[in-house]
Design a protein around this ligand. Structure first.
Ligand code: COA
Length: 164
């Protein structure tokens, strides 16, 4: 829990647009993770982390759609890699594992959104995610300004789910 909370605080401090405004207190970060664990227990969420000698270097979540007509889709969200471990390919590893887990759950469509101009936008592009739109002034950055959010999807293969 402490490593996950520290990772989240680092991501928010780095200016990441992941739902929180800086400064994020450790207690608030821990409360967030407790909510994630509840969602995991409910079967709605999968958490994938990268560990190195016990330290949490990165994480991503598969947020599954639980409504009856959308169980083939999920969101890849809350992707962050600690600043000290960036540009080592960890986000690629995290997303590859997330896709493997998603396919195992019968998910055929992944959605992801990110701040326009941010590191993750480039990442989605190099991984071949399809950009389907952008919305101006979608979320507030750490500096208080509203920024554009870019939306991507990725179709996953290896499914028995019939397409309509
Ligand atoms: C986005 C983030 C997860 C990338 O993690 P990472 O482990 O450093 O990424 P990787 O090393 O796997 O990079 C994979 C590719 O993404 C692209 N990329 C990653 N960071 C980049 C950057 N700062 N600038 C440009 N391209 C970048 C590159 O194409 C890179 O391939 P390359 O290193 O061979 O050129 C990390 O920067 C981060 O945690 N940012 C803050 C949180 C955030 O914005 N999350 C996204 C919200 S959905």
């Amino acid at each position: 829990m402490a490593g996950l909370a520290e990772l989240l605080v680092d991501a928010v401090d780095s200016g990441a647009s992941i739902g929180f405004m800086p400064p994020l207190e450790l207690g608030e970060a821990e409360a967030y993770w407790r909510g994630v664990f509840d969602a995991m227990r409910a079967g709605e969420r999968e958490l994938i982390v990268v560990l190195e000698q016990g330290a949490v270097l990165g994480a991503v979540q598969l947020m599954c759609e639980m409504r009856a007509n959308g169980r083939h889709r999920a969101e890849a969200g809350k992707l962050f890699v600690h600043r000290r471990a960036r540009r080592r390919g960890l986000a690629r590893v995290l997303l590859a594992e997330l896709e493997r887990v998603a396919v195992g759950r019968g998910i055929t469509l992944l959605l992801m959104d990110t701040r326009k101009g941010g590191e993750a936008e480039r990442l989605c592009e190099v991984l071949g995610y399809t950009r389907w739109g952008e919305v101006p002034e979608y979320a507030r950055s750490g500096d208080g300004t509203l920024h554009t959010t870019v939306f991507f999807y990725q179709r996953l293969v290896n499914t028995n789910v019939p397409k309509q």
